[in-house]
Design a binder for this molecule. Structure first.
Ligand code: ATR
Length: 275
């Protein structure tokens, strides 16, 4: 990692499928920054040592993806408040004095895509989040900061939803329920934060959650529409989109943390969804 080019990368296991090298290479070209960005597939038993070695050899920053976002909390000397709220780190940055800063840009990425790209209003609206794992946890604080009327967290395992709602209760009005007890539809905004799309499934939620004014967001993405996006469209929602924008926006936030400049995301999003 010697030489003049600053080193970055993404750590996961597996990680070969990651689109981050493509995204960050486009950001670097667009902003005229000289850097390298590589894939690092570290096995669990070697994770801590390999991450430490990356920074010891001059590496400047890492993205952290599945399954290491929680483990990465321990690799930071300092956490941003959004990483603390999320209980997970997706970005590590080595600062000038050698501190390893742990950040989480997922929530900011979702908000940027929802509010700026998709022009969705959160303030004063009724929001349903499906899922109560790390993906849901990561977006709660930034959503609550926009003062929605209420956030209902619905999860297949009701207890996880209740525990998550209780953990964030000081930040706003929210409730945790099991799928059968989701009341008061249709919602203004529904966010699918489950991993159900990864196996081609749709969460077993009541159809009454969706109406003609409902905006539906699937954090998952893939070739074409996700099963959840298709299901929402079939039920006549206002619009339904997969999470390509969140992917690119969280990357742009990481890039800004590392390089001090926020790249334009539109061209990267177009390139990804066209290919
Ligand atoms: P992540 O960090 O991606 O959120 P996770 O912590 O494993 O991953 O959480 C996965 C989420 O997807 C959970 O809310 C899980 O529900 P359970 O807590 O009941 O397991 C949800 N999930 C996964 N597959 C699902 C399916 N087929 N239907 C509904 N929910 C599903």
């Amino acid at each position: 990692m010697s030489g003049t080019v600053d080193s970055y990368g993404v750590v996961g296991h597996p990680v070969a499928h990651s689109l981050s090298p493509f995204i960050h290479a486009m950001f670097a070209r667009q902003t005229g920054q000289s850097l390298s960005y590589r894939l690092y597939d570290f096995a669990p038993e070697a994770l801590e040592e390999r991450v430490a070695a990356f920074f010891a050899q001059g590496g400047r920053g890492l993205n952290i993806t599945l399954p290491y976002k929680i483990a990465a909390l321990a690799f930071a000397n300092e956490l941003t408040s959004r990483a603390r709220h999320a209980g997970a780190v997706n970005t590590l940055a080595r600062t000038k004095d050698g501190t390893i800063l742990g950040d989480n840009t997922d929530g900011a990425g979702l908000i940027q895509d929802l509010c700026t790209n998709q022009r969705v209003t959160v303030t004063g609206r009724r929001i349903l989040i499906i899922g109560a794992g790390g993906a849901a946890r990561g977006v709660l604080a930034p959503l609550l900061a926009l003062a929605p009327e209420v956030i209902i967290i619905a999860n297949r395992t009701a207890d996880r939803a209740k525990a998550l709602a209780a953990a964030f209760a000081p930040l706003g009005n929210l409730q945790g329920v099991g799928f059968r007890y989701i009341a008061g539809g249709p919602y203004d905004l529904i966010i699918n934060a489950t991993s159900a799309s990864l196996t081609g499934e749709i969460p077993d939620v009541p159809v009454a959650i969706i109406g003609p004014g409902t905006f539906c967001y699937d954090m998952a993405y893939g070739k074409g529409d996700t099963p959840f996006v298709r299901w929402c469209m079939e039920l006549g929602c206002r619009a339904a989109v997969p999470g390509w924008g969140m992917l690119v926006e969280q990357a742009a936030e990481s890039f800004r943390l590392w390089r001090g400049v926020r790249p334009l995301t539109g061209p990267v999003l177009s390139a990804l969804t066209a290919s």
